[in-house]
Design a protein. Structure first.
Length: 511
């Protein structure tokens, strides 16, 4: 037998062919939640992302440092006419070209855990080489020229180079420090050996600038880490939402298939169930009534009555299930017309009186004198009132009393209220009672157990009429249920139009 997914709508609710996909979905959810709840948020987690961003930043700003080196060389030649500045610029451009070469090479490869530390070390090494080139610039003697002007030129060039390097390489940890720490050492040694106040001032000024740039780059680095962390959490949340949506769609699809199968089952089985039940009810009624002759054994008559009552109970249950399923499927059509709510309530009281008298229950009525007609389905409203009255009679003890009221609501609608002095419903069980097949503890212990579909059907019918259903109950005090029809369904009478004398049309004359 083929194990492929079934294409029919009668497939099982649990589709075994989707096990692998469901397993992958659950694994994705599990890994995502672990990352969100237990994942570390440190610099090592985003080392690869930071290195990729550094490579991209280096390639984007590839022309900034060469232009500055060319500009600094031109200014140095203009000040001193010393050709050794050109030789230094060639070394600086070569070191910068080396850094760009490694950055372009790394951009063409995939960074992973195996080569991540190697590339990080390569980029730091290139920064150290660039720093050594700046050491040569700091210690070279540029002559002839004004000593103070040359010192100002060196200091300004080194500070600008420090700023550019800190701006471009802040995504690479310790890059600024590793690049200009040799320059600071060279300036410090020169200041100690020469004891020149200008050299000492330059060393101090450069050290303060370097500390400041190191602090700024450190803050920028941690801010980038935090932004990546937020981005990662957002991506994980989006992934989890997508997974949850796919699981929800799958669950909805299964529920729709199950509901469709249930609807088809009820539609196909209603005739098969009702036909034999009607035969059982008819034959048992004939036997209990001894229509074709007396039964020799009185137990047979009793058994026939039991069969009739059991069949009637089963038929009522089937009818209620079919009614509820039709309402849920949206196939419960209302045949609306102008009806009198008072007349329907009085008819329902008359129909339930026999059962009430059997239990010695008194039904008290309190109706408004005149109520206008309402636009509703007579059969549905009658079913609502009968269901509520049947529940009241069922749970009211011997010798109890039921109060039924009908009248106006504060909003201009009409209501029917039924209150009994039975055992009541605990507050925590009210949601259970209002659900399909739900029964409270009192109903379970009661000798007259129902199907648990009466109140859900009442709610659904009133909802189809844009009405409301309210249930108020206190333990050992009784229960009150109220069915409300909105004001827009009340048909207000319009006074008759008074007869007005007809106006004779004016005759026209033609010349």
């Amino acid at each position: 037998m083929s194990k492929s997914a079934s294409t029919t709508t009668d497939k099982n609710i649990v589709d075994r062919s989707r096990t692998r996909r469901n397993k992958a979905v659950f694994e994705t959810v599990k890994s995502t939640r672990e990352r969100l709840q237990y994942g570390p948020v440190g610099t090592g987690v985003f080392e690869r992302d930071m290195l990729q961003m550094h490579i991209a930043e280096t390639l984007q700003s590839a022309t900034i440092m060469p232009l500055f080196i060319v500009l600094a060389t031109g200014v140095g030649i203009y000040i001193s006419r010393d050709p050794q500045v050109v030789g230094w610029s060639v070394l600086a451009l070569t070191a910068h070209a080396l850094a760009l070469f490694f950055a372009r090479k790394a951009s063409r490869q995939e960074l992973n855990a195996a080569n991540l530390s190697r590339w990080h070390s390569i980029f730091l090494a290139t920064q150290i080489i660039i720093g050594l080139v700046w050491v040569l610039f700091a210690i070279q003697k540029i002559e002839p020229g004004d000593a103070s002007l040359i010192m100002f030129y060196k200091g300004a060039t080194l500070l600008i180079a420090l700023s550019i390097t800190a701006t471009v390489n802040f995504l690479l940890r310790r890059a600024t420090l590793m690049t200009f720490l040799p320059v600071l050492m060279a300036l410090s040694v020169t200041a100690v050996l020469s004891r020149n106040p200008m050299d000492i001032g330059l060393a101090l000024m450069f050290s303060m600038a370097m500390l400041f740039c190191h602090h700024v780059t450190k803050r920028l680095y941690h801010s980038s880490i935090k932004l990546l962390s937020y981005q990662s959490e957002k991506d994980d949340l989006i992934a989890e939402l997508e997974v949850a949506k796919s699981m929800s769609d799958e669950a909805r699809r299964r529920a729709e298939e199950a509901n469709m199968a249930k609807s088809r089952f009820l539609a196909s089985m209603s005739h098969e169930l009702r036909t034999p039940l009607n035969a059982i009810l008819g034959f048992s009624e004939v036997m209990a009534g001894e229509v074709l002759g007396p039964l020799n054994n009185p137990l047979y008559k009793e058994y026939s009555g039991d069969i009739h009552r059991s069949g009637q109970h089963l038929l009522d249950l089937i009818n209620e299930i079919l009614d509820l399923s039709r309402i849920e499927a949206g196939r419960y059509d209302l045949h609306e017309e102008a009806i009198a709510l008072l007349e329907i309530a009085e008819d329902c009281v008359g129909m339930i009186q026999l059962r009430a008298r059997a239990k010695n229950i008194r039904i008290s009525q309190q109706f408004e004198n005149t109520l206008p007609h309402v636009w509703a389905d007579e059969k549905s409203i009658r079913q609502v009132i009968l269901n509520l009255l049947s529940n009241a009679v069922k749970f009211t003890p011997q010798g109890g009393e039921i109060f039924i009221k009908a009248g106006w609501t504060a909003g201009g609608g009409q209501y029917v209220s039924i209150k009994d002095n039975g055992p009541g419903i605990p507050e925590e069980e009210i949601p259970i009672v209002l659900s399909a097949f739900g029964q409270g503890s009192i109903a379970i212990k009661s000798a007259e157990q129902g199907t648990g579909l009466g109140l859900p059907i009442v709610q659904a019918i009133l909802a189809k009429h844009d009405g409301q259903f309210m249930l108020k109950s206190k333990l050992r005090e009784g229960t009150e249920v109220i069915a409300i029809l909105p004001a827009k369904r009340v048909l207000q009478s319009i006074p008759a139009v008074e007869d007005v004398q007809l106006v004779q049309p004016r005759k026209r004359s033609f010349a």
